[in-house]
Design a protein around this ligand. Structure first.
Ligand SMILES: NC(=O)c1ccc[n+]([C@@H]2O[C@H](COP(=O)([O-])OP(=O)(O)OC[C@H]3O[C@@H](n4cnc5c(N)ncnc54)[C@H](O)[C@@H]3O)[C@@H](O)[C@H]2O)c1
Length: 257
């Protein structure tokens, strides 16, 4: 099915940044397993990619559950060949003031944004270490580096994901495997629209905090991931790359004086 194509698994690729990443990777010649906990969106995304002439399969699975992660990556490798690229993209976001933040939301965010990254990477690495090659990308967020209020679990979990990537990169570098972290700034996506609506804002309110003058697009992240997966980036590992139009460098004093 995927002769001469490298196999990639993109988690949480039924919509948003993951969906666009799956498409861009297909356009660069990858055979892509579209993972999502939501079976319908995974199937729809894979079917659309196949209709466009690409090689893709749906790989449903909740990435917070070890057994589902193992079955999902096994099925991707059975159908598309040895895994070259894992994109840990699935994410979860909850907003509340710290004093009211529900314990269940804290546990859920750490499960999706950190534990799932560990489970998927651990499973992927078993084969990659044997084959002495592969790429792992962790989708964190600039929220893992800067401070945002009402997002205590998201910020803490995304910071943990960043350090996971650095630690894993050093540990697996001798096996010819790279692990890097992409930190999107505010991106025009379902997740951001929901968060903006919760704060009673439109997306325009965010643009003035972005020196480049616009929100990121899912394509900005997808092309960074595709580069990290390419031969050109073979010596780039343990890096944290913000794709944010310099948003993470913005400060209220930036435009004074
Ligand atoms: N959108 C932004 O502004 C923004 C900014 C910074 C970082 N990010 C990060 O980028 C990534 C993608 O964001 P997005 O905006 O496309 O999100 P999204 O909410 O639009 O899509 C996330 C997808 O992940 C899937 N998912 C959630 N939990 C899952 C699980 N346990 N198992 C499998 N799939 C699961 C969802 O079903 C959904 O399809 C996330 O890690 C997010 O934290 C997004």
């Amino acid at each position: 099915m995927s002769a001469n194509r490298r196999c990639a698994v993109v988690t949480g690729a039924g919509r948003g940044i993951g969906l666009v990443t799956a498409r861009v990777l297909c356009e660069r010649g990858f055979a892509v397993a579209v993972n999502d906990a939501d079976a319908e969106s995974a199937h729809r995304a894979a079917a659309d990619l196949c209709k466009a002439g690409h090689t893709a399969i749906a790989a449903r699975g909740d990435v917070t559950r070890k057994a589902e992660v193992e079955a999902m990556i096994d099925s991707a490798e059975r159908e598309l060949g040895p895994l070259w690229l894992l994109v840990n993209n699935a994410g979860s976001y909850h907003s509340d003031p710290i004093e009211e933040f529900p314990e269940e939301a804290w546990d859920h965010e750490f499960a999706v944004d950190v534990k799932a990254v560990f489970l998927c990477s651990q499973k992927a690495l078993k084969g990659m270490i044997e084959r002495k090659g592969g790429r792992i990308v962790v989708m964190s967020s600039i929220a893992g580096e800067i401070v945002r209020t009402r997002q205590i679990a998201y910020c803490a979990a995304k910071a943990a994901a960043i350090h996971f990537a650095r630690c894993a990169a050093v540990e697996v570098a001798p096996h010819g495997i790279t692990v890097n972290c992409v930190c999107p700034g505010m991106t025009d996506s379902a997740m951001l629209r929901k968060s903006a609506a919760g704060r009673g804002k439109g997306l325009e309110a965010y643009e003035e905090m972005i020196p480049a003058g616009r929100l990121a697009l899912p394509e900005d992240h997808a092309s960074t991931i595709a580069w990290l997966a390419s031969d050109e980036a073979r010596h780039v590992t343990g890096q944290v790359i913000s794709v944010d139009g310099a948003q993470s460098l913005y400060h209220p004093l930036t435009r004074q004086g």
